[in-house]
Design a protein around this ligand. Sequence first.
Ligand SMILES: Cc1ncc(COP(=O)(O)O)c(C=O)c1O
Length: 446
Amino acid sequence: MTTRAPRCLLSRSFPLPPLTAARIDRFEAEMAYADTTARSLVLGPAPAPGDINLRSNDYLSLGRHPELVDAQVKALVESGNGEMMSAVFLNPGNPQFDLERKFADLLHAEGAVLFQSGYQANTGLLEAVACPGLPVYIDQMAHASLYQGVMIAGADLRPFRHSDVEHLLRQLRRYGPGIILMETVYSTDGSLGPIAEIMDAAEEFGCILIADESHSLGTHGPGGAGLVVALGLQDRVHFRTASLAKAFCGRAGLVACPRRLAPYLRFTSAPSIFSSAVMPHELVGFARTIDIVQRDEYRRVRLHRNADRLRSNLDALGYNVSASASQIIALEAGSEQSVVRLGQALNARGVYGSPFFAPATPKHRACIRLSVNAALVDDDLERITAVCGEIRAAVGLAEWASTRRKGRRRTPLQREPAGAGAGGHLPVAQAVRDEAGGETALRQAA
Ligand SMILES: Cc1ncc(COP(=O)(O)O)c(C=O)c1O
């Protein structure tokens, strides 16, 4: 198997400026397949019908939900594509404001502002609250959009080791008050951020805390309100952001914030001012999705049960999945070549995850991310487990650095904090009864 591409596979007919050509050379050499397509290493074959797709972030399996699809089709027929203008020109009474209220209520927040994506929500918020010279403490595994927001604001980037509160405290003592950035569920390895401890540190040093809930909104907490609410910290965490392209299955992003910040954010952050507003049918889709997410507790119950089962099966097979305490489970093969080999072995047996390389992961800690969803049934989990068992020797599992670390681990698998999971807020018997009723809906979604 070769993964290194010869230099400059692309046509040389159009003369490129040397600076651009050098960058393309580097991409082709380091990140592309060694064939004539120059396709990125992240791209494998597409799943075929009958394959198991663990690439999607549609955790609650809502993408094809008839209520959601019908509501959007009806809105599209009624309103077309809308006015095609920035959200700053939306008049009072516009449905976007009703949706923002609905999201604010879901998150137990005073206010919420909708952005065109989670990426824009993070950059827009940071641009509005950070400034040149301000220290911004960022978890090393936080999403690229948070890093980007710090750069745009011209603030001082102060990374701290992943979920290492002691390291954060040392930085705080050194550089003083500023902004702390974290995710509640980390998108690459599914670990949970130590929200309460980081909140305590933020308060001790007079910092603002911004928690990205992209991978916990909808999937965790009462009615899908997220982990901050599950932990009762909604009145202490200053800002929560989220991509709505995960459990909410649409294209937009959100900032939950104090009431007074909402107009300021809407009228001063560049993505809000200089990019067009979310479309009418998307607004309707999200309003419907909130109802379904709040109502269908069984989806969360099923999601977490599936994730727990798969995680413990993989653990028993020898994979080091100890970082994961959520629906995201990473198989950390380490090098890019090992990840490509692992991806090919899984794909050949009908299982599809998402390859993640640096800079999305730390260098030498590349992985295949498996995103578990609510529609997986026991047969699917058994099939994934069987495939992962079968390929161990072929993918060199025993030689992975993550496997060696597992050998040294003393503690049992990490678990969600009490009250953070799905069943904590609905009597479990009730949720299981609902789940039986929801079986058909989940199968339709699969
Ligand atoms: C933690 C986190 N924040 C923000 C984003 C950006 O979301 P979007 O795809 O809506 O721009 C993502 C998406 O990958 C994410 O995982």
